[in-house]
Design a protein around this ligand. Structure first.
Ligand code: FHN
Length: 442
């Protein structure tokens, strides 16, 4: 602790990026599938004939539905079209290397048969352990599975938004014990889980109990050595979240980019730590909403660009899917997965294990850089009319070779540390990738 630093019991546990094998794997995965699935998938944003435009997973609150009414949706949860292996195959085809599933969202319903509450999958008509089916199916495809867990819980009687009385304090203690129990259960019963993705940790009640957030992080890492935990879980001694009172990142990676990405020119500081952005397909729907006409819905190309943008800044991209109540995945999402997947099959090497290249951003698209070797990739989203792609290299660097799908393309030095890469004039259906071999430089 330096002279200017505030002594903290529950602040950051280390500084800099983790470099162990588990973290390297997490980072190299780069592209993940987020799945929001719970009881909210049944009404899908519509209640008593009325469509609510706000996030479908918030319908209970938007339509002011009493807890007992909402909770009884559990008796309708019977996803007859659910097929874990099909989901996993789709994710694999899309190129996802990890999948993060809502084990419990704000509504409190558990996708696994938790011993700590009856409000779980075991008591639905479906009965079977969905979480187990998913873990097995995705792992069989070689995809890592991570658990999303909302601490905020609309179902549990001991949940508190704030601690305003001794009674609140006692109740919330019980609640934290309940949450710890569930998390211990998840870490113990699903031994291949790779990471824990915390959410619903923004209320004063949690901020006043920073000790618990550290205790949970440590417990999970003890049960599952190498487990990766997002910054969203954490609050320090003073209730500061994500970044502690000494300006240090808590948890293993920064998880604040939600439905937005860092600016590729102004926000390059993000390349100093590990981070992940999570993204919806519509503007703000995580759970299944029946009516996708209520907002802008991103195109596969828009989402692919976000994935490349994220990789170019050293982050992971977690793309959300909201399966329907019957377990089917809507046609639009399948189309997105197929389109991104077709590109990933050809070009995955510019995403997996790639990082920030440190070269000046150009308007045509993004650079990514494999962890090893002297390669820099160009992913071109805006094709110039004349096909000339400008590249500014770090001082003294030379581009010795440029290839497109294995064939050489012309490299022209136009000024000191500046080149034109001649993109062959043809109709590109999807963003072309040019691989550069760079030599010299700092
Ligand atoms: O309220 C949730 C929301 O439903 C969704 O789960 C996202 C995912 O990052 N997290 C919360 C909002 O920050």
């Amino acid at each position: 602790v330096s002279a200017q630093e505030v002594p903290l019991k529950y602040g950051a546990q280390y500084t800099g990026k983790r470099t162990d094998e588990a973290m390297n794997k997490w980072r190299g995965n780069r592209f993940g599938q987020f799945i929001h699935w719970g009881l909210y998938a049944i009404p899908g944003g519509v209640w008593n004939g009325k469509t609510y435009n706000y996030a479908a997973e918030f319908l209970k609150s938007s339509a002011k539905i009493p807890t007992s009414t909402w909770d009884s949706l559990m008796y309708q949860f019977n996803p007859v079209k659910f097929n874990a292996r099909q989901w996993a195959k789709m994710a694999k085809q899309m190129g996802a290397r990890y999948m993060t599933i809502t084990t419990k969202h704000h509504e409190g319903f558990c996708l696994w048969p938790s011993q700590y509450t009856d409000f779980n999958i075991g008591n639905t008509p479906y009965k079977k352990d969905i979480l187990k089916e998913l873990v097995e199916a995705y792992n069989a495809e070689g995809i890592d599975v991570n658990f999303y867990y909302s601490v905020l819980d609309w179902h549990h009687p001991d949940w508190r938004y704030d601690i305003k009385s001794p009674e609140d304090s006692v109740a919330f203690r019980r609640f934290l014990q309940f949450a710890s129990g569930q998390l211990r259960e998840l870490a113990t019963n699903y031994p291949t889980v790779k990471a824990f993705w915390f959410d619903g940790t923004w209320d004063n009640s949690i901020k006043k109990n920073g000790w618990w957030t550290l205790e949970v992080e440590q417990m999970l890492k003890k049960i599952r050595p190498g487990a990766v935990v997002n910054s969203r879980l954490r609050a320090d001694d003073f209730g500061k979240r994500h970044i502690d009172s000494n300006g240090k990142l808590m948890g293993d990676y920064e998880s604040g980019y939600e439905r937005r990405l860092p600016n590729p020119v102004k926000d390059v500081q993000v390349t100093r730590w590990d981070w992940e952005a999570c993204m919806t397909v519509p503007e703000n729907q995580w759970g299944y909403h029946k009516d996708w006409s209520v907002s802008h819905v991103k195109s596969p190309l828009e989402l692919l660009e976000m994935l490349v943008h994220t990789t170019s800044m050293g982050g992971n991209f977690l793309l959300n899917f909201g399966p329907a109540g019957d377990g089917s995945i809507r046609a639009e999402e399948q189309h997105i997965a197929r389109t991104i997947g077709a590109w990933m099959q050809q070009n995955g090497q510019v995403i997996y294990d790639c990082d920030y290249a440190g070269w000046e951003k150009q308007d045509w698209g993004y650079f990514t850089k494999p962890r090893t070797g002297n390669i820099v990739n160009m992913v071109v989203f805006n094709i110039p009319v004349n096909g000339l792609l400008k590249v500014k290299v770090p001082a003294g660097t030379k581009i010795s070779k440029a290839t497109l799908a294995g064939k050489n393309v012309k490299v022209e030095e136009i000024a000191k540390d500046q080149f034109f890469i001649h993109l062959p004039q043809q109709a590109y259906k999807m963003p072309p990738v040019i691989v550069l071999e760079a030599v010299g430089g700092a």
